[in-house]
Design a protein around this ligand. Structure first.
Ligand SMILES: C[S@@+](CC[C@H](N)C(=O)[O-])C[C@H]1O[C@@H](n2cnc3c(N)ncnc32)[C@H](O)[C@@H]1O
Length: 638
């Protein structure tokens, strides 16, 4: 059992609080189609059950992720809001961004070949260190080999990169890519695919948002603690509080934000992305930041060292991007706990379990407010850093009991997702010789990451309880076992489909003359969606079935993820989704689900296993059986 009061204890008080929390979450989302049961009869843990008949095609429930993060390697394919994943800019900018990042990535591959002296090798190659799976890294046998592989180049990959680059340039010039990217070139028919203009982070850290409200919501929710850019000079500090609103009106915002996004890791791979945090800081400096060593800032009572944050982000991008999501969870928890103290809510929270549950549920519902700018139950207008520091200095220090109660309440939205620490939750890859060594390497990677984060966020009130390896490992493990892959369709795909569907004739020919070369240059990339990882309070409670009765879909327009009935669901039925491709035969399904850390106990697997055993007993063949094609992956809701 865990020593940390932040990780669940199996006692009745906890169960009561959990029940109250989920009731509040369901109610806040407009229930009452479903309820959360804390244990299913077949031992799968928590589950979601229908409280009334839900006909096929109807919405079971809709919710907003508590946190989400676009995959680093996807940043070159889709220019989206850092908080809500909505595509931003224009279709032209999206096309320019994709081509620019693609060209940069291909160039960096061929440049690595030249740097390596033009020698081919059988090494790892690949598209750079960014986003490399921690498991792969931990699976490498020896340091020497890693180094050797890092500098070696796969000749075939280099040749392919060169060919692809030539193919792109045979259809589109570098000047045209830049014209699309900057908005100088407009294409016909794109007015039907309006996107919000990108609004840069108030400190120009390189992240962009779909509007000032989303920028402000992200800032309040976690970004004020995690932004890698230093504060503006003192004279501009007051203005900085309103910078998000100003940025929306900034005539250059769209183009500069688009470029900043690309420079801050947009290429998604290769050297440019691993130095992205530094680039983001440099970009912010260029926008008026001080050149001198910045002082740590006090934000909601947390001492924030932006340079240390940049180091944290860089390590996460090179090893495991989930560390960044984990940091969002911890930062938003710190902020909610600090706000609770600021507003004097802690004493109430300490006294009543129900109040604790309500605070947590309200936090989940608060983030569900979408792009409205609301960031939580005690959302307040952000004040300038100096004002915040003054306020905090005037307040008497909170008691340890108040701190613990505030932290427990703030932590509530995540506590029930907890299962195992990351290094114990990960399935061991087949090519790993020593499981013990592998898990130790993951543990040490998480410890390094936490050390960097703890150096960046110093909080004597909550830090000693929250920033521990056990809690950090549990948050990363939560994403390993509960995360939801979000996939938001690209407006670029919709645009090219619309062009294709136009009636044949001279008008279409004129449009195709302009768009055809772009489609040829993009090739299969034209349809790449935004891919992200997210954590949702209710969806993370839905168990898997190889014959699911529901499916999930997401809508980038309002940042919602919806669960839909895939067939008629009766009151009392468990709601199930498929985490994998259910077309696979029994053994392959079980193998895939081992990656999710469990042996499937669904009715179909139970029946398949029984049939296989019966066949074996009768001296017969293999287990198998196909179902209709279903994808766990979330698609766009139409
Ligand atoms: C996303 S969570 C679902 C909610 C979970 N039951 C809970 O208590 O939080 C996924 C976890 O639920 C359990 N689970 C989900 N579907 C299952 C199934 N078909 N058979 C066995 N365990 C399952 C596994 O422990 C898995 O790691």
């Amino acid at each position: 059992m865990s020593d940390s009061f932040l990780l669940p204890q199996p006692d009745s008080v906890e169960e009561e609080v959990a029940r109250a929390y989920y009731n509040d979450v369901v109610t806040a989302l407009g229930g009452p189609n479903v309820e959360v049961r804390l244990s299913t009869e077949d031992g799968k843990g928590k589950g979601i059950f229908a409280t009334k008949d839900i006909p096929e095609g109807e919405t079971v429930f809709t919710e907003v992720p508590l946190v989400s993060l676009q995959h680093i390697e996807n940043r070159g394919s889709a220019l989206v809001c850092y908080r809500c994943l909505r595509f931003v800019g224009t279709v032209e900018q999206q096309i320019g961004h994709k081509l620019h990042c693609l060209v940069e990535e291909l160039r960096s591959t061929t440049a690595r070949h030249h740097q390596a002296g033009g020698e081919g090798g059988g090494g790892a190659g690949g598209s750079g260190a960014a986003g490399a799976a921690a498991g792969e890294e931990a699976g490498d046998a020896e340091e020497g080999q890693e180094e050797e592989e890092g500098s070696s180049v796969d000749l075939e990959e280099v040749l392919q990169a060169g060919e692809r680059l030539e193919q792109i340039y045979s259809h589109v010039t570098p000047e045209r890519i830049e014209a699309l990217r900057s908005g100088a070139e407009r294409l016909p028919m794109t007015e039907d695919f309006q996107l919000p203009p990108p609004v840069p982070c108030r400190r120009r850290c390189g992240e962009v948002f779909c509007g000032a409200a989303c920028e402000a919501a992200a800032w309040e929710q976690f970004h004020c603690l995690l932004c890698t850019a230093p504060p503006p000079p003192a004279a501009d500090a007051a203005a900085a509080a309103d910078a998000a609103a100003d940025a929306a009106a900034d005539a250059d915002a769209a183009a500069s934000a688009s470029a900043a996004h690309a420079d801050a890791g947009g290429a998604g791979a290769g050297p440019s992305s691993s130095s992205s945090s530094a680039a983001a800081v440099a970009a912010a400096g260029g926008a008026g930041g001080p050149a001198a060593e910045p002082e740590p800032e006090l934000v909601h009572g947390v001492r924030v060292d932006r340079r240390a944050l940049a180091a944290f982000v860089e390590q996460a991008r090179e090893t495991n991007e989930i560390f960044i999501l984990a940091a969002q969870v911890l930062a938003s928890t710190l902020i909610r706990a600090a706000r609770a103290l600021e507003l004097g809510e802690a004493s109430a929270a300490a006294g009543a379990a129900a109040a604790v549950a309500a605070a947590g549920a309200a936090a989940a519902a608060g983030t569900a407010a979408g792009c409205s700018g609301a960031a939580g139950p005690s959302s307040s207008t952000p004040s300038a850093p100096q004002q915040q520091q003054q306020q905090q200095q005037q307040q008497p220090p909170p008691t340890p009991e108040a701190c613990r109660a505030a932290l427990a309440a703030a932590w509530r939205p995540y506590v029930y997702g907890w299962k195992r620490v990351w290094w114990e939750a990960v399935a061991v890859p087949e090519d790993v010789d020593s499981e013990e060594e592998f898990r130790e390497q993951l543990r040490s990677l998480a410890a390094d990451s936490l050390e960097l984060l703890a150096a960046a966020l110093h909080d004597p009130r909550f830090g000693p309880d929250l920033l521990t390896l056990e809690v950090y490992g549990s948050v990363v493990g939560l994403f390993e076992l509960n995360n939801l892959g979000l996939s938001v369709c690209s407006p670029v795909e919709d645009f090219f489909l619309a062009v294709d569907e136009e009636e044949e004739g001279p008008d279409k020919a004129a449009v195709c003359k302009l768009t055809g070369p772009l489609l040829d240059a993009l090739d299969a990339e034209y349809a790449t969606p935004c891919e992200a990882t997210a954590f949702l309070a209710l969806q993370s409670c839905i168990n898997h079935s190889c014959d699911p009765n529901a499916t999930a879909a997401c809508d980038s327009g309002d940042r919602t993820a919806t669960v839909l009935a895939q067939r008629d669901i009766a009151a009392g039925d468990e709601i199930t989704l498929s985490y994998i491709d259910v077309n696979l035969p029994y053994k392959r399904r079980q193998a895939e689900l081992r990656d999710y850390g469990f042996v499937c106990k669904c009715e179909r697997c139970t029946a398949d296993l029984a049939a296989a055993k019966a066949r074996k007993a009768a001296g017969g063949g293999k287990a198998g059986g196909g179902m209709g094609a279903l994808r766990a992956k979330i698609g766009k809701r139409r």
